[in-house]
Ligand binder design. Sequence first.
Ligand code: PA5
Length: 466
Amino acid sequence: MIKLDYGNISVNKVGATHGLNLEQVFKDSEGRIRDIVSQMYAEKDQAGGWKRWLNLGYDQALADELNAYAQSVKGRFSDMVILGIGGSSLGGYALLRALLHPYWNQLSDAQRQGFPRYYFVENVDGDQINPLMEMLDPQRTLFVVISKSGTTAETMSAFMIAKDWLERKLPPEKVKEHIVAITDAKTGVLRPVADKEQYQTFEVPDDVGGRFSVFCAVGLLPAVLCGVSLAEIQNGIRDLDKVLQNPDLQQNPAAQGALIQYSLYERDKRISVFMPYSFRLASVSDWYVQLWAESLGKKTDLQGNTVHVGPTPVRAVGVTDQHSQVQLFNEGPFDKVFTFVSVGKPAQDIQIPANQFSDIEDLNYLNGKPMSQLMQAEFDSTRASITANQRPNMTLHLPQVDAYHVAQLLYLLEVQTAIAGALMGIDPFDQPGVELAKKYTYALMGRKGYENLVAEARGEKSAIGV
Ligand code: PA5
């Protein structure tokens, strides 16, 4: 099971100025946490509450449906292109990066056991799409278009390009076999298109928002199409969920993480650094950044007061960032709280040869040691230096990077985010702050009904009337 170690948050470890008196903080907030956790789980089936993601680990019908489709196309496609952005792509990418061979796309068909290579298209850049299309064989390519709303310009423009490409390359009756759509069950633009064209479809369930959608078809379809076990993912979630449902703060690591982050934010530590010590987990940092930023960065609280709150998430990867950001982390402003992820056992270890440079004293301490020992030593020492420099930090311990534990990591972070949102008194499930730029884009691209925003979007007219 995943474990949270928050010892280095306490005043004993990082001093009274930057640490928390954890006993006091926990005592003061026990009741509030009890209410938040109880209410969150009580509302998990409530329409309009955006908490149905709490049910996804238990959805056997979803797993059966995805497994059946994956089985039906096994060996049929050599390449899979996922078209989506934000919550419709980052979770799936984080799962695949964590759970597949790190150089999956370079493996032969036999080494991939007939599962496809994968590509995520999440930008509107010809420099991403053109070279990719040039490499693909239309006969052997599957496009998975993921958009809950179906109106996302980035995703839908890429989908138009992909559909047109397939239509030019394949007989008309074959095109639909190469497209899967994941979208809202009833609403949105993509659903009627998919129904009319008879695409295979999967749902983004009601009340599951983009950044909380990794455990529905949005993240699970790309995973199962590459051979990841959905049973292991759902087992991991269910086992952890028993712990996270507990409203007792002393027993609930997601509540502890949320409370610590919130309490430090209130003490002006407004930056939340996420730093897994694992090559495979690098993209979990990107996923965390979106989850934390889009959920918690809000102008108004639940009462409608203007509050402008939100911790700034920072992506880091250990050990790589020790030679990039750690200088700042150790000596820069005291405005950060750190979450490290340490991994008990790498999927593959490798030994540093014993016979290289044995006559060079500055290097011979490395001789014969496993890389995992060096990784562990670098993690321990960086964490110790961060602590010695009075920077509060927590560690999530993952026994190993596999489907069971990676699912627990992502799920714990989702629950932590929801609880942090409740502590901050904001709605973590909406994202009104991205709307204005979307409207300006519509205006600049000539969408009907947005003509009055063209001058503002071009910067020719002030939006704030100055
Ligand atoms: O987390 C979110 O809600 C967003 O990041 C969305 O996932 C993103 O905007 C894509 O939306 P859609 O799935 O409607 O295309």
